[in-house]
Design a binder for this molecule. Sequence first.
Ligand SMILES: Cc1ncc(COP(=O)(O)O)c(C=O)c1O
Length: 313
Amino acid sequence: MPIQTTSKIWHNGKLIPWEQATIHVMSHVVHYGSSVFEGIRCYGQPSGSAVFRLPEHMQRLLDSAKIYRMTIPFTLDELCAAVVDVIEANGVAPCYIRPIALRGYGEIGVSPNGSPMEVYIANFPWGKYIKGTGGADVCISSWNRLAPNTMPALAKAGANYMNSQLIHMEAEINGYAEGIGLDVNGLVSEGSGENIFIVRNGVLYTPPLANSALSGITRDSVLTIARHLGLTVTEQALPRELLYIADEVFFTGTAAEVQPIRSIDRILVGDGNPGEITKQIGDEFFGIANGLKPDRFGWLTPVKVSSSEPVTA
Ligand SMILES: Cc1ncc(COP(=O)(O)O)c(C=O)c1O
């Protein structure tokens, strides 16, 4: 889906016109992939709109930057305020928010030290990430996720998404909605842009972060919701074949939200319909995000924009 433009983008503390948020082709990031970024959603509420888990996302941005020795000259509070400012300036909600910190135009060469940090925050309408109704048909990729001590999986860095692109393109070419990456030891890691959960015999499982998974904010939300619902939750290494015999499997992510999976490598998950636990968790997640259930965990930051109809795929 082409990007739907808005009016302003936040750049290093100022709102600038969307068209002027450009960088030079010789910027460090273009050659060496030196960026860290976030993806956040702002949901429509019965009155107004609210950003979902804003401080947690911006803290992850700062953490990703720290891993790469990038200095972001803004505090957590300033970055959160900037997100609210840009959404209110554009008057667009519901929306997706894309903060990005990158190494800009300065010196050529691998060392990033002579290239300035630039921080941008854009927001724009974005609908359902994984298209279609019901569950998604997915595959296990022939590409592994990032090996430990190569590219740090806990940093949400632009460069990691070269691996995600390999996984996602392979899936798409073969007619699947998404691909699941195994880690370097062949254990389940995550989707190209989502964490993964399985349910078997009433227990909810997800791989630990040490299996090269991103510390997803939605993953954390689902773990919190599941514990609140009294479910048994286990973060443990999962062999590939457990995916094929699971009762329920679903992806989680800011873009994908809570996305049931119908089949994996053409093997039906359960009876192919979203399972009861997936539905229970999804109801709670969307209920809170859309302001239809109490914000019992303090996850919403209100913004002063009346929401329009959600964008559909
Ligand atoms: C590789 C990867 N894993 C997991 C996730 C889910 O993370 P979150 O729930 O914070 O969006 C994402 C999306 O950001 C991702 O790109």
